[in-house]
Design a protein around this ligand. Sequence first.
Ligand code: S3P
Length: 165
Amino acid sequence: MKTAVLIGFMGAGKTTVGHELAELLGLPLIDTDKEIIRRTGQTPGEIFATAGEASFRELEYTVLRDVIHKGGVIATGGGIVETPGNIQLLSEAGVPVYYLSGSFGQTLERLADDDTRPILRTKTLLEVAALWRSRLPKYDAAATTTVQTDGKTPRDIARLIQIAF
Ligand code: S3P
């Protein structure tokens, strides 16, 4: 079964686009955050609060390693590129990695009033902007294709990826 991986910052639309893309390609959707919840019974927020971010990143790595060869559309968490092992898993698997890239402004709009993401809960706007800046080159390096998302619907984005797939 074929695999397509979606990466990008929180609020980039990875899960929503993932649903659309999985439908268009006739592949199952695997969401790494949901898989972590299924395995641990805890949300990312709860894991960050109790075990800490490092434990979450270990779980995230284990999940990616387990699912990367299964086939399907894999919607990752925004911090997947923070773990060098994940970048290595992606490049060794040789699967297409689509970076959903939007402007900081539009991403923030999508994240407005979000209180489920632990990283947003603990950071000021300036810190989120710094995180954004530090991650952009990592998404660029991990991606095989960059998809500009501003002004496009999730369906449009999924169609663009379907054409490139
Ligand atoms: C994170 C993004 C989240 C989730 C966790 C950490 C991050 O996923 O994995 O809260 O570090 O950017 P989304 O990108 O789906 O929000």
